[in-house]
Write a protein that binds this ligand. Structure first.
Ligand code: 0PR
Length: 386
């Protein structure tokens, strides 16, 4: 550390150089990210609430009331009138909270000590962290030939130690929606906690449905669904960190509560203690600013780009892995491996694609920062590499 203070300008100069090493969303080269540039209005709001701490809500009553309203709005969007939950750091923390609620609930109500959690192979790796922290056994359910969770495999894997079943609405690698309706019934009939990870899809499926897209039900309209992860910092255009966890019942928060004696509230259910209010308020501001119609329009534009990319890839001769359901396209070159193609794409024009693992394929996430112009440049390079 320097002994003497350094001039602000000098520090800023250094930081500008450092910032130049980062990729910028607006260059359109980031093709595998579920995050995007936060909306300018969200950034404006964010700085106003930078010092707010939701960890001690009695001191920040205004900010806390915004968190409550945000949960209420997102809950209603997911067909739940009385929603409970929090805006947290991201999908990982939201999933960890859901698993913790399920584990504690099963421990308190069924006496389960060595819990098992059933999830599809396509589940995000955050569940591995949750299982590791809570000493739970992951029971992997098979996928069907279309890469969605195989319902019969879930049925077979239910045991007396099952504390939760997890399904995905918008899988990380392919953007697919699991057969949540059927799983909800199975969970309900077996009295098992059912969590839906809609970290990615939660901010687009309701809006696309709103304008006539034919998606299956995935939310609290299904009686078996206990909680849903839905991340504002993905499709919601909110600044990082903004994940969301919504619970059907208050008791799921209560089973996680620990005493917080010297705070302004006497218990705390979140994993994190000191919690930034800024991204929560920015999320709230965006929900109001866009409204249903604004988000629907954006989601629809992204679906149009998705279909444009998919069809153009087919025209060149690339193989599409699965018909896109949300704004992710996965494809392969008939001869080159995805890793080789990914390397060549980076070399030719700095494209940063990501390679899916199940199945191995190049995976493009069509976020807001990827414009039609970027896609045309990308397709030109893909044609050259074919
Ligand atoms: N659930 C699902 C379905 C997800 O896709 C993700 C993240 C999570 C949970 C975890 O969310 P957080 O990362 O907010 O904790 N999916 C992407 C991934 O890890 C996130 C991502 C974002 C990846 C930006 C790359 C990137 O540049 O693959």
């Amino acid at each position: 550390m320097n002994d003497l203070p350094i001039d602000k300008d000098e520090i800023l100069k250094e930081l500008d150089l450092i910032r130049d090493e980062d990729l910028k969303y607006c260059d359109g080269r980031i093709l595998g990210s579920m995050c995007t540039e936060a909306h300018p209005f969200a950034k404006e709001v964010y700085v106003k609430f930078l010092d707010s701490n939701l960890g001690d809500p009695g001191l920040f009553k205004g900010t806390k009331s915004v968190e409550d309203k945000t949960i209420e709005i997102i809950g209603k969007l997911l067909n739940l009138d009385n929603a409970y939950g929090n805006i947290v750091t991201g999908g990982t923390e939201a999933n960890i909270m859901a698993v913790r609620a399920a584990r504690n609930h099963a421990r308190n109500h069924k006496g389960i000590k060595n819990g098992e959690i059933i999830l599809p192979r396509s589940a995000h790796f955050s569940f591995k962290k949750a299982a590791d922290m809570m000493n739970l056994k992951i029971i992997e359910a098979d996928l069907d030939e279309n890469y969605r969770i195989d319902v019969s495999s879930v049925k077979e894997k239910i045991s007396e130690n099952t504390i939760a079943i997890v399904a995905i609405a918008g899988t990380t690698e392919l953007g697919l929606i699991d057969p949540i309706e059927e799983l909800s019934e199975i969970a309900y009939e077996n009295n098992i906690y059912f969590h839906v990870d809609a970290a990615f899809g939660g901010f687009s499926i309701p809006f696309l449905k709103n304008i006539g897209y034919d998606f299956p039900d995935f939310d609290f309209s299904l009686r078996g669904v206990s909680s849903i992860t839905v991340d504002p910092h993905k499709m919601g255009l909110a600044p990082i960190p903004a994940g969301g966890i919504i619970f059907r019942k208050k008791e799921y928060l209560e089973v996680m509560a620990v005493d917080s004696p010297y705070l302004t509230v006497k218990t705390q259910s979140t994993i994190v203690g000191t919690r930034l209010g800024a991204s929560t308020v920015a999320t709230y501001a965006l929900l109001k600013y866009f409204g249903k119609s604004g988000y629907s329009k954006m989601a629809n534009n992204l679906m149009e780009n998705t279909h444009f990319l998919k069809e153009s890839l087919e025209e060149i001769g690339y193989e599409i892995i699965v018909e896109p359901e949300l704004n992710i396209v996965a494809f392969n070159h008939p001869k080159k491996s995805p890793d080789q193609l990914s390397e060549e794409l980076e070399k030719i024009n700095g494209w940063k694609v990501s390679v899916a693992n199940c199945p191995k394929a190049i995976r493009i996430v069509l976020m807001n920062h990827v414009t039609k112009t970027h896609l045309k440049e990308f397709l030109k390079d893909l044609k050259e590499l074919f």
